[in-house]
Design a protein around this ligand. Structure first.
Ligand code: OAD
Length: 240
């Protein structure tokens, strides 16, 4: 029997019920004087690497201290009956920790580090900061460069490989499920319309109305943790 091919496009709302604030709510506490696009930028990294590194370490610590929610677990569970590919804009690892085997990170990962000068991967120690602190010096590479997280900062190019994987995963899908993204950051936001153009149904899961809601085949206005368990069983009824 050929199993249904499901591609998921997830955004920050996917992890909200795990306790990770959505991207646009994420600059709080010690860093609230910064705009997100200023804090997560190559310019601020060059000027104040210790501030950016402290923020990244805090996010890293936060993600490690939370658990995948019922939505992440449902998507991983679908693998028993479907060919599931997850394309995520999230830099956390909650899809993987829930058990999803195929995950493409369009905006990189908070769990991979490399030297900002020579590019070599870093697998060394990371400062343990149970409470947020304002500034922490990043580790230094043998070449003298500073170690940075493998995430895409504002103004930086997206890595090509996950993007190519995402385009292919959408093209071969029987259905695209778009969860917890505001649908305003391109090119990821273009994937649902690419699916629709190819005749692939798009199911949106988001408690709010987004720019995608009108054109989606079905818009389920509910949260990820509530809507995703049971969604695969309802697909035929939803998309006909
Ligand atoms: P946003 O923070 O822009 O949007 C989060 C979306 O999740 C909103 O549409 C919310 O309505 C929805 N949402 C909130 N709670 C939810 C829940 N429990 N279940 C389902 N949906 C929920 O996050 P993204 O769309 O992921 O890029 O942002 C896209 C990109 O913008 C990020 O990857 C980041 C940022 O700039 C880079 O860092 C390059």
């Amino acid at each position: 029997m050929v199993s249904v091919r499901v591609t998921v496009l997830s955004g920050a709302g996917m992890s909200a019920e795990s306790g990770i604030e959505t991207f646009r709510d994420a600059v709080t506490g010690l860093w609230e004087r910064f705009d997100l696009d200023e804090l997560a930028s190559p310019q601020t990294w060059r000027r104040q690497p210790n501030v950016v590194w402290a923020w990244c370490l805090w996010r890293y610590h936060l993600v490690n201290s939370v658990e995948p929610n019922a939505g992440h677990k449902a998507i991983a569970d679908w693998q028993r009956r479907a060919d599931v590919r997850v394309v995520t804009q999230n830099i956390d690892n909650l899809h993987e920790r829930a058990g999803s085997a195929w995950v493409a990170h369009l905006h990189g990962s908070l769990f991979e580090f490399h030297c900002s000068r020579c590019g070599v991967e870093y697998h060394g120690e990371l400062a343990d900061i149970p409470e947020p602190v304002e500034a922490v010096d990043p580790p230094v590479c043998a070449c003298g460069g500073t170690i940075r997280p493998g995430v895409v900062w504002f103004g930086e190019a997206m890595p090509d490989e996950p993007w190519q994987q995402a385009v292919a995963a959408v093209a071969l899908a029987d259905v695209l499920i778009v969860v917890g993204t505001s649908g305003i950051v391109y090119p990821a936001a273009g994937l649902p319309s690419a699916a629709l153009t190819q005749g692939i149904p798009v199911v949106e899961v988001n408690p709010d109305v987004t720019p995608l809601s009108d054109s989606a085949t079905v818009a389920v206005h509910d949260t990820a943790a509530r809507a995703l368990p049971g969604l695969l069983e309802r697909l035929d009824e939803l998309i006909g």
